[in-house]
Write a protein that binds this ligand. Structure first.
Ligand SMILES: NC(=O)c1ccc[n+]([C@@H]2O[C@H](COP(=O)([O-])OP(=O)(O)OC[C@H]3O[C@@H](n4cnc5c(N)ncnc54)[C@H](O)[C@@H]3O)[C@@H](O)[C@H]2O)c1
Length: 261
């Protein structure tokens, strides 16, 4: 499934302000991240992304190799924050700066509270929360030097709904909204905007592991709108938020959930 396919053909927005912008995406190899990488590439942005999954990431790069500026992939485990920070530094050198950071990588493994160890807590926080802070820290000097930037953190509707078997994931996702507001305040005078996108349930290859057709039907029944949200729908919000059209939008949550309650 292509995460960034335009629907219907040719009708999606092109933002002139995104052409040539330097974009770094975490977890860009599959799912929503893939849609975001593809979306920014279609805008004519210079996109670099990191992921632990080599095969889908390389397939994505191959699929987009004829783009005006093809994306660049680097293998990286974002839970090793020192290595990730070092790789972000190299990507900034390669791109010649960083205007847009999309903190997308995460892992929504299910767990029972009684099975959680201290080590598991730390590992889940590392994959779902810690890297967002350190990636922001790593790009902020380049954004300041460029006169501004846009940081977009992927949150989640899950903790707003209070879903089962996701306690640590939901705790991390709740914290991301606080991180967003804190960074937006800290760096607003540098013209760095920081926002959270809150997806509802988005149909990705990984999500299909968790949901049966009956489970998907239950989600759609709880939405206000019919149909399944796709990565392209989250990418559309990310591109608008990153564009100059959203220049006075910061410190807030932007929901793409089809009205799921
Ligand atoms: N899909 C949904 O329904 C949904 C709902 C709410 C929030 N979200 C959020 O949206 C974002 C993307 O979700 P998704 O469904 O596409 O997730 P996904 O699991 O399909 O994709 C996440 C990507 O991150 C990568 N990744 C995971 N661990 C990594 C690591 N240690 N180092 C580097 N890369 C790593 C994965 O390989 C994958 O390519 C996440 O932040 C997620 O929490 C998704």
């Amino acid at each position: 499934m292509s995460g960034g396919e335009l629907r219907p053909e040719g009708s999606s927005a092109i933002y002139p302000s995104l052409a040539g912008r330097k974009v770094i995406v975490s977890g860009g190899g599959s799912g929503i991240g893939e849609g975001i990488v593809e979306g920014f590439v279609r805008q004519g942005s210079a996109v670099a992304f990191v992921d632990v999954q080599e095969a889908p990431s390389e397939e994505l790069v191959a699929r987009l190799e004829t783009a005006a500026i093809p994306p660049h992939f680097v293998h990286c485990d974002i839970t090793d924050c020192d290595d990730y920070g070092h790789k972000i530094g190299k990507l900034i050198e390669r791109l010649g700066g960083c205007d847009i950071l999309i903190n997308n990588a995460a892992s929504d493994d299910r767990h029972k509270v009684e099975d959680v160890t201290s080590a598991y807590w730390d590992e889940r926080m590392a994959v779902n929360l810690k890297h967002q802070f350190f990636a922001a820290k790593a790009v902020i000097p380049a954004m300041k030097a460029a006169g501004g930037g846009s940081i977009i953190n992927l949150g989640s509707i899950s903790w707003h709904l209070g879903l089962e078997d996701l306690t640590i994931y939901q705790t991390a996702k709740a914290a991301i909204e606080g991180l967003t507001r804190s960074l937006a305040r800290e760096f607003g005078r540098d013209n760095i905007r920081v926002n959270t996108i809150i997806p509802g349930n988005v149909q990705t290859p990984r999500q299909m592991r968790w949901y049966t057709p009956e489970g998907e039907a239950e989600i759609v029944a709880a939405q206000c709108l019919d149909g399944r949200i796709l990565p392209v729908d989250i990418a559309a919000m990310a591109m608008w938020l990153a564009s100059d059209d959203a220049r006075y939008c910061t410190a807030h949550n932007y929901w793409v959930d089809a009205g799921w309650r």
